[in-house]
Design a protein around this ligand. Sequence first.
Ligand code: EPZ
Length: 447
Amino acid sequence: MYKSKLPEIDTKEMAEIDCLQQDELIRIEGRTPLHGSVRVQGSKNAALPILAACLMIPGRCIIRNCPVITDVGYMLRLLECAGCMVEQVGNVVTIDATNVREYRLPGKYVRKMRSSVILMGAMLSRMKEVGIEYPGGCVIGERPIDLHLKGLSLLGADISVEGNYIYAGAKTLKGARIVFPFSSVGATQNIILASVLAEGETYIENAAREPEIDALCNFLKTAGADIEGIGTSMLRIRGVEILHPVSFEVIPDRIVAGTYLFATMVSRGSICLKETPIEHLGSVIEVIKAMGNDIRVREEQREIQLYCGGRIQNLPLVRTDIYPGFPTDLQSLLLVAAVTAKGELVLEESIFNGRFKIVEELRRMGAYIRENGNQVVISGGTELSGRNVIARELRGGAALVAAGIAAEGMTTVVGTCYINRGYEDIVRDFKMLGAHIDRMTENEREK
Ligand code: EPZ
Protein backbone atom coordinates (compact mmCIF):
# COMPACT_ATOMS: atom_id res chain seq x y z
CA MET A 1 0.00 0.00 0.00
CA TYR A 2 1.31 3.42 -0.84
CA LYS A 3 2.65 5.10 2.25
CA SER A 4 4.01 8.57 2.42
CA LYS A 5 3.85 11.65 4.49
CA LEU A 6 2.25 14.88 3.34
CA PRO A 7 4.96 17.29 2.16
CA GLU A 8 6.24 19.35 5.07
CA ILE A 9 4.32 22.65 5.10
CA ASP A 10 4.36 24.98 8.05
CA THR A 11 1.43 24.62 10.43
CA LYS A 12 0.47 28.30 9.98
CA GLU A 13 -0.13 27.71 6.27
CA MET A 14 -1.88 24.45 7.14
CA ALA A 15 -4.17 26.35 9.49
CA GLU A 16 -4.91 28.91 6.77
CA ILE A 17 -5.83 26.28 4.24
CA ASP A 18 -9.05 25.22 5.90
CA CYS A 19 -9.43 22.44 3.33
CA LEU A 20 -6.33 20.72 4.59
CA GLN A 21 -7.92 20.42 7.99
CA GLN A 22 -10.43 18.12 6.39
CA ASP A 23 -8.78 14.81 5.75
CA GLU A 24 -10.32 13.91 2.42
CA LEU A 25 -7.90 13.48 -0.47
CA ILE A 26 -7.90 12.17 -4.02
CA ARG A 27 -5.51 9.32 -4.95
CA ILE A 28 -4.58 8.63 -8.57
CA GLU A 29 -2.53 5.76 -10.05
CA GLY A 30 -1.06 7.44 -13.08
CA ARG A 31 -0.25 7.14 -16.66
CA THR A 32 -3.75 6.25 -17.80
CA PRO A 33 -4.99 7.65 -21.14
CA LEU A 34 -8.60 8.85 -20.72
CA HIS A 35 -11.15 7.19 -23.01
CA GLY A 36 -14.93 7.25 -23.30
CA SER A 37 -17.63 9.90 -23.10
CA VAL A 38 -18.78 12.20 -20.33
CA ARG A 39 -21.55 14.79 -19.90
CA VAL A 40 -20.70 18.41 -19.08
CA GLN A 41 -22.38 19.68 -15.89
CA GLY A 42 -24.27 22.96 -15.50
CA SER A 43 -22.16 26.11 -15.18
CA LYS A 44 -21.14 27.25 -11.67
CA ASN A 45 -20.53 30.80 -12.87
CA ALA A 46 -23.91 31.00 -14.61
CA ALA A 47 -25.89 29.33 -11.79
CA LEU A 48 -24.62 31.56 -8.95
CA PRO A 49 -25.82 34.95 -10.30
CA ILE A 50 -29.12 33.40 -11.43
CA LEU A 51 -29.72 32.03 -7.92
CA ALA A 52 -28.88 35.48 -6.50
CA ALA A 53 -31.39 37.05 -8.93
CA CYS A 54 -34.17 34.76 -7.60
CA LEU A 55 -33.97 36.81 -4.37
CA MET A 56 -35.52 39.72 -6.29
CA ILE A 57 -38.55 37.75 -7.49
CA PRO A 58 -41.53 37.23 -5.13
CA GLY A 59 -42.83 33.71 -5.86
CA ARG A 60 -41.38 30.35 -6.84
CA CYS A 61 -38.52 30.07 -9.37
CA ILE A 62 -37.33 26.68 -10.63
CA ILE A 63 -33.69 26.46 -11.80
CA ARG A 64 -32.77 23.31 -13.74
CA ASN A 65 -29.36 21.82 -14.62
CA CYS A 66 -28.00 23.53 -11.51
CA PRO A 67 -24.67 21.88 -10.58
CA VAL A 68 -24.50 20.10 -7.21
CA ILE A 69 -21.37 21.89 -5.92
CA THR A 70 -20.45 23.50 -2.61
CA ASP A 71 -20.59 27.07 -3.95
CA VAL A 72 -24.24 26.51 -4.95
CA GLY A 73 -24.78 25.15 -1.43
CA TYR A 74 -23.32 28.31 0.13
CA MET A 75 -25.47 30.53 -2.11
CA LEU A 76 -28.61 28.60 -1.15
CA ARG A 77 -27.77 28.94 2.57
CA LEU A 78 -27.41 32.72 2.07
CA LEU A 79 -30.80 32.90 0.31
CA GLU A 80 -32.35 30.94 3.18
CA CYS A 81 -30.82 33.38 5.69
CA ALA A 82 -32.48 36.23 3.76
CA GLY A 83 -35.86 34.48 4.17
CA CYS A 84 -36.21 32.40 0.97
CA MET A 85 -37.66 28.91 0.99
CA VAL A 86 -35.09 26.74 -0.80
CA GLU A 87 -35.14 23.15 -2.05
CA GLN A 88 -32.50 21.29 -4.06
CA VAL A 89 -33.36 17.89 -5.53
CA GLY A 90 -30.49 16.69 -7.70
CA ASN A 91 -29.91 19.34 -10.37
CA VAL A 92 -33.26 21.09 -9.80
CA VAL A 93 -33.36 24.01 -7.35
CA THR A 94 -36.61 25.64 -6.25
CA ILE A 95 -36.49 29.07 -4.61
CA ASP A 96 -39.52 30.87 -3.15
CA ALA A 97 -38.50 34.48 -2.34
CA THR A 98 -41.98 35.66 -1.31
CA ASN A 99 -40.93 36.42 2.26
CA VAL A 100 -37.46 37.95 2.02
CA ARG A 101 -37.05 39.92 5.24
CA GLU A 102 -33.43 39.81 6.49
CA TYR A 103 -30.93 42.23 4.89
CA ARG A 104 -27.90 41.06 6.88
CA LEU A 105 -26.00 38.16 5.32
CA PRO A 106 -24.00 35.80 7.61
CA GLY A 107 -20.22 36.08 7.22
CA LYS A 108 -19.64 32.33 7.60
CA TYR A 109 -21.13 31.76 4.14
CA VAL A 110 -20.21 35.14 2.61
CA ARG A 111 -16.53 34.49 3.36
CA LYS A 112 -16.68 31.14 1.54
CA MET A 113 -16.93 32.51 -1.98
CA ARG A 114 -16.36 35.57 -4.09
CA SER A 115 -19.76 35.56 -5.76
CA SER A 116 -21.58 36.35 -2.49
CA VAL A 117 -20.77 40.00 -3.32
CA ILE A 118 -23.38 40.04 -6.11
CA LEU A 119 -26.07 39.55 -3.49
CA MET A 120 -25.53 43.27 -2.80
CA GLY A 121 -27.20 44.22 -6.07
CA ALA A 122 -30.01 41.71 -5.62
CA MET A 123 -30.64 42.70 -1.99
CA LEU A 124 -30.60 46.45 -2.74
CA SER A 125 -33.18 45.85 -5.47
CA ARG A 126 -35.39 43.80 -3.17
CA MET A 127 -34.94 45.36 0.29
CA LYS A 128 -33.11 48.63 -0.49
CA GLU A 129 -30.46 47.68 2.06
CA VAL A 130 -27.82 45.00 2.67
CA GLY A 131 -25.21 44.19 5.32
CA ILE A 132 -22.38 41.96 4.16
CA GLU A 133 -18.71 41.22 4.84
CA TYR A 134 -15.99 41.41 2.23
CA PRO A 135 -16.37 38.20 0.19
CA GLY A 136 -13.95 35.26 0.31
CA GLY A 137 -13.15 32.97 -2.57
CA CYS A 138 -10.16 31.40 -4.27
CA VAL A 139 -6.79 32.96 -3.47
CA ILE A 140 -5.74 33.78 -7.03
CA GLY A 141 -4.51 37.32 -6.44
CA GLU A 142 -5.99 40.53 -5.09
CA ARG A 143 -9.71 40.64 -5.68
CA PRO A 144 -10.94 44.14 -4.81
CA ILE A 145 -14.60 45.09 -5.18
CA ASP A 146 -14.11 48.81 -5.84
CA LEU A 147 -15.92 48.64 -9.20
CA HIS A 148 -18.90 46.95 -7.54
CA LEU A 149 -19.17 49.60 -4.82
CA LYS A 150 -18.64 52.54 -7.18
CA GLY A 151 -21.34 51.28 -9.56
CA LEU A 152 -23.85 50.68 -6.76
CA SER A 153 -23.27 54.17 -5.35
CA LEU A 154 -23.82 55.69 -8.84
CA LEU A 155 -27.23 53.97 -8.76
CA GLY A 156 -28.02 55.76 -5.48
CA ALA A 157 -26.78 53.41 -2.74
CA ASP A 158 -25.15 54.98 0.34
CA ILE A 159 -22.28 52.67 1.21
CA SER A 160 -20.35 52.59 4.48
CA VAL A 161 -17.43 50.27 5.20
CA GLU A 162 -16.25 49.47 8.72
CA GLY A 163 -13.31 47.08 8.75
CA ASN A 164 -14.52 43.99 6.92
CA TYR A 165 -18.20 44.93 7.11
CA ILE A 166 -20.11 46.78 4.38
CA TYR A 167 -23.55 48.39 4.77
CA ALA A 168 -25.39 49.70 1.69
CA GLY A 169 -28.80 51.40 1.70
CA ALA A 170 -30.89 53.39 -0.79
CA LYS A 171 -34.26 55.15 -0.57
CA THR A 172 -34.65 54.45 -4.26
CA LEU A 173 -32.29 53.13 -6.92
CA LYS A 174 -32.12 55.43 -9.95
CA GLY A 175 -30.80 54.47 -13.39
CA ALA A 176 -27.33 55.86 -14.24
CA ARG A 177 -24.54 55.64 -16.80
CA ILE A 178 -21.87 53.27 -15.49
CA VAL A 179 -18.56 53.17 -17.41
CA PHE A 180 -16.20 50.39 -16.28
CA PRO A 181 -12.46 51.15 -16.75
CA PHE A 182 -11.92 47.47 -17.55
CA SER A 183 -14.07 44.36 -17.85
CA SER A 184 -15.29 42.81 -14.58
CA VAL A 185 -17.68 39.83 -14.64
CA GLY A 186 -18.86 40.22 -11.05
CA ALA A 187 -19.20 44.00 -11.12
CA THR A 188 -21.23 43.78 -14.35
CA GLN A 189 -23.52 41.21 -12.74
CA ASN A 190 -23.92 43.31 -9.58
CA ILE A 191 -24.95 46.42 -11.55
CA ILE A 192 -27.36 44.44 -13.72
CA LEU A 193 -29.05 43.07 -10.57
CA ALA A 194 -29.24 46.54 -8.99
CA SER A 195 -30.67 48.26 -12.09
CA VAL A 196 -33.40 45.95 -13.46
CA LEU A 197 -35.87 47.23 -10.82
CA ALA A 198 -34.41 50.76 -10.53
CA GLU A 199 -36.24 53.91 -11.71
CA GLY A 200 -35.27 54.93 -15.23
CA GLU A 201 -32.53 53.77 -17.59
CA THR A 202 -29.09 52.38 -16.80
CA TYR A 203 -26.29 52.19 -19.37
CA ILE A 204 -23.37 49.87 -18.61
CA GLU A 205 -20.37 50.64 -20.84
CA ASN A 206 -17.46 48.20 -21.07
CA ALA A 207 -19.69 45.50 -19.60
CA ALA A 208 -18.16 42.02 -19.38
CA ARG A 209 -19.31 39.75 -22.26
CA GLU A 210 -18.74 36.31 -20.72
CA PRO A 211 -21.50 33.78 -21.56
CA GLU A 212 -22.45 33.79 -17.88
CA ILE A 213 -23.47 37.46 -18.22
CA ASP A 214 -25.71 36.61 -21.21
CA ALA A 215 -27.22 33.74 -19.19
CA LEU A 216 -28.08 36.11 -16.31
CA CYS A 217 -29.60 38.66 -18.70
CA ASN A 218 -31.64 35.95 -20.46
CA PHE A 219 -32.93 34.71 -17.10
CA LEU A 220 -33.93 38.26 -16.06
CA LYS A 221 -35.61 38.96 -19.43
CA THR A 222 -37.62 35.74 -19.05
CA ALA A 223 -38.72 37.12 -15.65
CA GLY A 224 -39.84 40.41 -17.25
CA ALA A 225 -36.72 42.63 -17.18
CA ASP A 226 -36.07 45.12 -20.01
CA ILE A 227 -32.45 44.61 -21.16
CA GLU A 228 -30.93 45.42 -24.55
CA GLY A 229 -27.43 44.81 -25.93
CA ILE A 230 -27.06 41.30 -24.52
CA GLY A 231 -23.77 39.80 -25.77
CA THR A 232 -22.20 43.22 -26.29
CA SER A 233 -20.12 45.45 -24.01
CA MET A 234 -22.86 48.11 -23.95
CA LEU A 235 -25.98 47.12 -22.00
CA ARG A 236 -29.08 49.32 -21.73
CA ILE A 237 -31.45 48.42 -18.90
CA ARG A 238 -34.87 50.06 -18.40
CA GLY A 239 -36.09 49.52 -14.82
CA VAL A 240 -39.43 47.68 -14.46
CA GLU A 241 -41.87 47.56 -11.51
CA ILE A 242 -41.64 43.87 -10.71
CA LEU A 243 -40.22 40.56 -11.95
CA HIS A 244 -42.31 37.38 -12.13
CA PRO A 245 -41.28 33.82 -11.15
CA VAL A 246 -39.85 31.62 -13.94
CA SER A 247 -38.47 28.17 -14.67
CA PHE A 248 -35.00 28.35 -16.28
CA GLU A 249 -32.21 25.99 -17.42
CA VAL A 250 -28.55 26.71 -16.57
CA ILE A 251 -26.10 26.59 -19.52
CA PRO A 252 -23.37 23.90 -19.55
CA ASP A 253 -20.05 24.79 -17.91
CA ARG A 254 -17.43 25.82 -20.49
CA ILE A 255 -14.62 25.63 -17.90
CA VAL A 256 -15.48 22.08 -16.83
CA ALA A 257 -15.64 21.15 -20.55
CA GLY A 258 -12.19 22.69 -21.10
CA THR A 259 -10.86 20.95 -17.97
CA TYR A 260 -11.79 17.53 -19.39
CA LEU A 261 -10.35 18.38 -22.82
CA PHE A 262 -6.96 19.38 -21.38
CA ALA A 263 -6.93 16.38 -19.01
CA THR A 264 -7.48 14.15 -22.07
CA MET A 265 -4.62 15.90 -23.87
CA VAL A 266 -2.15 15.52 -21.01
CA SER A 267 -3.08 11.82 -20.70
CA ARG A 268 -2.82 11.27 -24.50
CA GLY A 269 -6.33 9.84 -24.55
CA SER A 270 -9.46 10.34 -26.67
CA ILE A 271 -12.89 11.31 -25.39
CA CYS A 272 -16.34 12.51 -26.45
CA LEU A 273 -17.81 15.43 -24.46
CA LYS A 274 -21.62 15.51 -24.40
CA GLU A 275 -23.96 18.49 -23.77
CA THR A 276 -21.02 20.79 -24.52
CA PRO A 277 -21.29 24.62 -24.85
CA ILE A 278 -19.42 24.55 -28.19
CA GLU A 279 -20.25 28.18 -28.93
CA HIS A 280 -18.44 29.26 -25.74
CA LEU A 281 -15.22 27.33 -26.40
CA GLY A 282 -13.88 28.95 -29.59
CA SER A 283 -10.50 30.09 -28.25
CA VAL A 284 -10.02 26.84 -26.30
CA ILE A 285 -10.71 24.67 -29.35
CA GLU A 286 -8.28 26.79 -31.40
CA VAL A 287 -5.44 26.31 -28.89
CA ILE A 288 -6.05 22.55 -28.63
CA LYS A 289 -6.13 22.24 -32.44
CA ALA A 290 -3.02 24.37 -32.89
CA MET A 291 -1.14 22.08 -30.46
CA GLY A 292 -1.58 19.24 -32.96
CA ASN A 293 -4.61 17.42 -31.55
CA ASP A 294 -7.44 16.00 -33.65
CA ILE A 295 -10.54 17.82 -32.33
CA ARG A 296 -13.90 17.48 -34.06
CA VAL A 297 -17.03 19.51 -33.28
CA ARG A 298 -20.53 18.10 -33.88
CA GLU A 299 -22.82 21.13 -33.51
CA GLU A 300 -26.23 19.39 -33.74
CA GLN A 301 -25.29 16.75 -31.16
CA ARG A 302 -23.55 19.39 -29.02
CA GLU A 303 -20.55 17.07 -28.84
CA ILE A 304 -16.79 17.49 -29.08
CA GLN A 305 -14.59 14.52 -30.05
CA LEU A 306 -10.91 14.80 -29.10
CA TYR A 307 -8.10 12.41 -30.15
CA CYS A 308 -4.67 13.11 -28.60
CA GLY A 309 -2.54 10.19 -29.72
CA GLY A 310 0.64 11.50 -31.20
CA ARG A 311 3.12 14.30 -30.78
CA ILE A 312 1.69 17.40 -29.13
CA GLN A 313 3.53 20.64 -29.73
CA ASN A 314 3.49 23.74 -27.53
CA LEU A 315 2.56 27.13 -29.00
CA PRO A 316 5.18 29.86 -28.46
CA LEU A 317 2.84 32.16 -26.49
CA VAL A 318 -0.67 32.01 -24.99
CA ARG A 319 -2.13 34.99 -23.12
CA THR A 320 -5.29 34.70 -21.02
CA ASP A 321 -7.86 37.34 -21.82
CA ILE A 322 -11.46 38.41 -21.25
CA TYR A 323 -14.10 36.58 -23.29
CA PRO A 324 -13.88 35.48 -26.06
CA GLY A 325 -10.10 35.23 -25.45
CA PHE A 326 -8.44 32.24 -23.79
CA PRO A 327 -10.11 31.97 -20.33
CA THR A 328 -8.05 32.57 -17.21
CA ASP A 329 -9.95 29.70 -15.55
CA LEU A 330 -8.26 27.23 -17.94
CA GLN A 331 -4.77 28.69 -17.54
CA SER A 332 -3.69 26.04 -14.99
CA LEU A 333 -5.03 23.24 -17.19
CA LEU A 334 -3.09 24.51 -20.23
CA LEU A 335 -0.02 24.85 -18.01
CA VAL A 336 -0.16 21.14 -17.10
CA ALA A 337 -0.73 20.13 -20.74
CA ALA A 338 2.25 22.25 -21.81
CA VAL A 339 4.59 20.46 -19.38
CA THR A 340 4.25 17.21 -21.36
CA ALA A 341 3.96 18.73 -24.86
CA LYS A 342 7.07 19.29 -26.99
CA GLY A 343 8.76 22.67 -27.10
CA GLU A 344 8.55 25.77 -24.91
CA LEU A 345 5.39 27.75 -24.03
CA VAL A 346 5.27 31.30 -22.63
CA LEU A 347 1.99 31.49 -20.71
CA GLU A 348 0.87 34.99 -19.69
CA GLU A 349 -1.85 35.58 -17.08
CA SER A 350 -3.43 38.95 -17.78
CA ILE A 351 -6.50 38.84 -15.50
CA PHE A 352 -5.28 37.90 -12.01
CA ASN A 353 -1.97 38.58 -10.31
CA GLY A 354 -1.60 35.39 -8.30
CA ARG A 355 -2.74 32.48 -10.40
CA PHE A 356 0.42 30.35 -10.71
CA LYS A 357 -0.02 28.52 -7.40
CA ILE A 358 0.43 25.06 -8.90
CA VAL A 359 3.90 25.77 -10.33
CA GLU A 360 5.65 24.65 -7.11
CA GLU A 361 3.65 21.42 -7.01
CA LEU A 362 4.34 20.66 -10.69
CA ARG A 363 8.08 21.24 -10.18
CA ARG A 364 7.96 18.57 -7.48
CA MET A 365 6.37 16.26 -10.09
CA GLY A 366 9.33 16.93 -12.42
CA ALA A 367 8.23 19.96 -14.45
CA TYR A 368 10.65 22.67 -15.63
CA ILE A 369 8.87 25.99 -15.22
CA ARG A 370 10.39 29.47 -14.85
CA GLU A 371 8.32 32.31 -13.39
CA ASN A 372 8.72 35.83 -14.68
CA GLY A 373 6.16 38.28 -13.26
CA ASN A 374 2.79 37.56 -14.87
CA GLN A 375 4.36 35.01 -17.20
CA VAL A 376 5.60 31.45 -16.76
CA VAL A 377 7.92 29.74 -19.25
CA ILE A 378 7.27 26.01 -19.51
CA SER A 379 9.94 23.72 -20.99
CA GLY A 380 7.89 20.86 -22.40
CA GLY A 381 8.67 17.22 -23.11
CA THR A 382 8.67 16.22 -19.43
CA GLU A 383 7.44 12.92 -18.01
CA LEU A 384 5.62 13.74 -14.75
CA SER A 385 6.15 11.60 -11.62
CA GLY A 386 3.48 10.95 -9.00
CA ARG A 387 3.80 12.96 -5.73
CA ASN A 388 1.74 14.17 -2.78
CA VAL A 389 0.53 17.59 -3.89
CA ILE A 390 -1.58 20.35 -2.37
CA ALA A 391 -4.51 22.07 -4.08
CA ARG A 392 -4.78 25.70 -2.96
CA GLU A 393 -7.63 26.85 -5.19
CA LEU A 394 -10.34 25.48 -7.46
CA ARG A 395 -8.94 25.34 -11.01
CA GLY A 396 -5.37 24.65 -9.87
CA GLY A 397 -6.71 21.70 -7.90
CA ALA A 398 -8.41 20.28 -11.00
CA ALA A 399 -5.15 20.76 -12.93
CA LEU A 400 -3.22 18.78 -10.31
CA VAL A 401 -5.68 15.90 -10.66
CA ALA A 402 -5.11 15.98 -14.44
CA ALA A 403 -1.35 15.94 -13.81
CA GLY A 404 -1.78 12.90 -11.54
CA ILE A 405 -3.64 11.02 -14.29
CA ALA A 406 -0.68 11.60 -16.65
CA ALA A 407 2.09 11.05 -14.09
CA GLU A 408 4.02 7.80 -13.56
CA GLY A 409 3.09 6.25 -10.20
CA MET A 410 0.82 7.40 -7.38
CA THR A 411 -0.34 10.98 -6.81
CA THR A 412 -2.43 12.21 -3.91
CA VAL A 413 -4.11 15.61 -3.97
CA VAL A 414 -5.18 17.22 -0.68
CA GLY A 415 -7.38 20.34 -0.50
CA THR A 416 -10.14 18.59 -2.45
CA CYS A 417 -12.80 20.85 -0.99
CA TYR A 418 -11.49 23.61 -3.28
CA ILE A 419 -12.18 21.27 -6.24
CA ASN A 420 -15.65 20.40 -4.93
CA ARG A 421 -16.54 24.10 -5.12
CA GLY A 422 -16.82 23.95 -8.92
CA TYR A 423 -16.85 20.30 -10.05
CA GLU A 424 -19.87 18.10 -9.21
CA ASP A 425 -17.72 14.97 -8.95
CA ILE A 426 -14.35 15.08 -10.72
CA VAL A 427 -13.51 11.59 -9.39
CA ARG A 428 -16.77 10.12 -10.79
CA ASP A 429 -16.20 11.73 -14.20
CA PHE A 430 -12.53 10.79 -14.56
CA LYS A 431 -13.26 7.24 -13.31
CA MET A 432 -15.95 7.04 -16.04
CA LEU A 433 -13.18 7.94 -18.50
CA GLY A 434 -10.98 5.11 -17.26
CA ALA A 435 -8.73 6.85 -14.73
CA HIS A 436 -7.55 4.87 -11.69
CA ILE A 437 -8.77 7.45 -9.20
CA ASP A 438 -10.61 7.43 -5.90
CA ARG A 439 -11.39 9.54 -2.85
CA MET A 440 -10.03 8.49 0.51
CA THR A 441 -9.42 9.90 3.98
CA GLU A 442 -6.02 10.50 5.52
CA ASN A 443 -6.35 7.57 7.92
CA GLU A 444 -7.43 5.21 5.10
CA ARG A 445 -4.18 6.10 3.37
CA GLU A 446 -2.13 5.42 6.50
CA LYS A 447 -3.46 1.85 6.72
C1 EPZ B 1 -15.44 35.77 -12.25
O1 EPZ B 1 -14.74 36.26 -11.11
C2 EPZ B 1 -15.42 34.25 -12.12
N1 EPZ B 1 -16.09 33.86 -10.88
C3 EPZ B 1 -13.97 33.74 -12.07
O2 EPZ B 1 -14.01 32.31 -12.05
C4 EPZ B 1 -13.27 34.19 -13.36
O3 EPZ B 1 -11.91 33.80 -13.27
C5 EPZ B 1 -13.36 35.72 -13.50
O4 EPZ B 1 -14.75 36.13 -13.46
C6 EPZ B 1 -12.76 36.21 -14.81
O5 EPZ B 1 -13.40 35.60 -15.88
C7 EPZ B 1 -17.45 33.78 -10.87
O6 EPZ B 1 -18.10 34.06 -11.86
C8 EPZ B 1 -18.09 33.34 -9.58
P1 EPZ B 1 -13.63 39.85 -12.43
P2 EPZ B 1 -14.79 37.85 -10.75
O7 EPZ B 1 -14.38 40.83 -11.60
O8 EPZ B 1 -16.11 38.40 -11.10
C9 EPZ B 1 -10.30 42.94 -10.97
C10 EPZ B 1 -13.59 30.18 -11.17
O9 EPZ B 1 -12.55 29.51 -11.14
N2 EPZ B 1 -11.37 43.66 -10.25
O10 EPZ B 1 -13.96 39.73 -13.88
O11 EPZ B 1 -14.28 38.03 -9.39
C11 EPZ B 1 -10.03 41.56 -10.39
O12 EPZ B 1 -9.15 41.65 -9.28
C12 EPZ B 1 -13.54 31.65 -10.85
O13 EPZ B 1 -14.73 29.74 -11.48
C13 EPZ B 1 -11.08 44.87 -9.63
O14 EPZ B 1 -9.95 45.34 -9.66
O15 EPZ B 1 -13.71 38.40 -11.78
C14 EPZ B 1 -9.41 40.83 -11.55
O16 EPZ B 1 -8.04 41.16 -11.63
C15 EPZ B 1 -12.16 32.11 -10.43
N3 EPZ B 1 -12.07 45.53 -8.97
C16 EPZ B 1 -10.14 41.44 -12.77
O17 EPZ B 1 -10.73 42.66 -12.30
C17 EPZ B 1 -13.36 45.05 -8.92
O18 EPZ B 1 -14.23 45.70 -8.32
C18 EPZ B 1 -11.25 40.56 -13.33
O19 EPZ B 1 -12.06 40.16 -12.24
C19 EPZ B 1 -13.63 43.81 -9.56
C20 EPZ B 1 -12.63 43.15 -10.23
